[in-house]
Design a protein around this ligand. Sequence first.
Ligand code: NDP
Length: 272
Amino acid sequence: MSISFKGKVAVITGGAMGIGEATARRFADLGADVAILDRDRLAGEKAALALSGNAKRVEFYECDVAVPAQVENAMNSAAAAFGGIDVLVSNAGIQRYGDVVGTSEDLWDEVMAVNLKGCFHAAKYAVPHLKKRASGAIVVVGSVQCFTAVGNSAAYVTAKHALLGLVRAMSLDYAGNNIRVNCVCPGAIDTPMLRWAASLDPDPEKVLATCDRMHPLGRVGQPEEVANAIAFLASDWASFITGTALMVDGGMLVPTGGMGFQESGTGAAAKK
Ligand code: NDP
């Protein structure tokens, strides 16, 4: 049996670029009809166009996951256009920096609204559609920071930790509907978000090289490698897996001492 989403409909938030775009491509390649929900209209339309064709159907719905009415509208529009929803990939997220003193009220609220409440909104308006099917799957894109922390990222780390609680709560609430809910936890992945974060430093290439060394596999991950894990968790191959978190981190969380230890450059096990 190989993984197939033929006849299934997948909704992917933040699907215009990065991990979300790679996930949209993977689901379309595996036979799903795909709805990309993203606030970036230009990038979203471009991605949907690029991924469509050859019997693949990928549509873009403009939507800010922090705004409940927009999420409800986009989710209902996608369900109406495709005839239902089988899979939700809650991926949209933003990276912001600051310790609690340096984090303004507005910045804290922005991160929570997108990274945490955005997932709540997506699930809230997708689940009624998933319930209409005999089975369904939700995959939330968390982070290694669901389990650990880096400095100067108080809001981001808090939101990612909370996402794991939401995943576990939903896995119980919807197990009776045969809706499985899981989380993928990426290490550093080469996306526009990572490139943007590196660009904040005067020496972005040095930051990216440090990111490579943070992973025992000796490199950052590719968006497609996260997309593969998401597809697995959403597929029948994961039919007895719910309420769990799958690390997609090149071994980052294995070494004792965590990320701070690895940032000193000791994580390059793969280069030995
Ligand atoms: P990117 O910034 O590369 O892509 C994210 C996409 O989501 C963009 O199109 C972005 O639009 C969109 N988006 C952001 N906020 C919203 C919103 N409020 N409503 C709708 N769409 C939105 O991010 P990545 O692909 O790197 O990250 C995807 C997920 O993976 C995030 O949850 C992130 O936290 C997580 N992750 C990423 C890691 C990495 O190293 N890249 C590591 C671990 C986790 P716009 O450009 O307008 O912001």
